[in-house]
Every structure is written in C-alpha cells, then in structure tokens.
Design a protein around this ligand. Structure first.
Ligand SMILES: [Mg+2]
Length: 139
C-alpha cells in the first residue's frame, strides 16, 4: 500500500476551498501599505470562483462566516499572520489554517506550533498559486 502523501492530502483540501477569510494587517497590508501582490491575489480568487471575507472586528469569526455563506468548514480557509489567533481560529472551526509569513509569525514560530498550520506560505501570492494549482489538478 502506498504511503499517505501529505502534499496530495493538502492539494485535495485546497481543491475544496470555496471561501477565504483574510486577516488584514500582516496579511493583505502592513501598516498603511497594501502589499503589492494583494490586488492580483484577489483577482485570482475571483477567477477561481472563490469568495473572500475580511473578518474585521469579530474574533469568533469563521461560525458567522460559515452561516452567512452557507459553507461547511472544509470549504473555508482562514489566512493570517498570527498562529495564536488566525490559525488557532481556523483549527477551532475545522477550516484550513493558512499562515502567511508576511507579518508577525516567523518560519521558526510555525515549526514550533502545535498543532502546526495546515499550509505555510511566504505571501498571499504563493497561496493563490497553490489554490490555482490544486484546481488544475497539480501540483
Ligand atoms: Mg494580522
């Protein structure tokens, strides 16, 4: 029997994503500057037919989002730069927890996290590429 392939398992989870909840500071911008890749990432989501939400001031989030968009947790990805809020929230909701390294958490923080983020990317642009590749049947 073949060994389970973690990359294939993540690609399968990425293929099911219908909605992405995006943290703001450290994820789509830093300070008062939008990251240069953010507009392209949002355009890519639209091309892929994936919705997005910015869950601003309600830290309990991901049930509100699930109900409003009629989603099951495996259809939702929560993306953020903090392990103990963004990624922890994703895990609590049963959603895909995506850590971007464009803000607070470092690769070393991510390596120490228990449970670890499901996906670790340098930027949203990299996450967009993964979503597109998963839908194309790759990577
Ligand atoms: Mg943040």
């Amino acid at each position: 029997m073949p060994e389970p392939d973690p990359a294939a398992a993540i690609a399968e989870r990425l293929r099911r994503i219908a909605h992405v909840a995006l943290d703001l500071d450290g994820t789509i911008y830093r300070g008062d500057t939008l990251f240069p890749w953010t507009p392209g990432f949002l355009a890519k989501l639209e091309r892929l037919g994936i919705g997005h939400t910015f869950p601003t001031n309600n830290p309990s989030m991901l049930t509100g989002i699930l109900e409003r968009h009629a989603l099951t947790p495996e259809r939702l990805a929560m993306v953020g730069d903090r392990l103990y809020t963004d990624v922890a929230m994703a895990h609590r909701a049963g959603a895909l927890g995506v850590l971007v390294l464009s803000g607070e958490a470092t690769r070393e923080d991510a390596d120490r996290a228990v449970p670890p983020p499901d996906v670790i990317v340098n930027t949203l642009a990299e996450f967009g590429d993964l979503l597109a590749a998963a839908r194309a049947g790759g990577p």
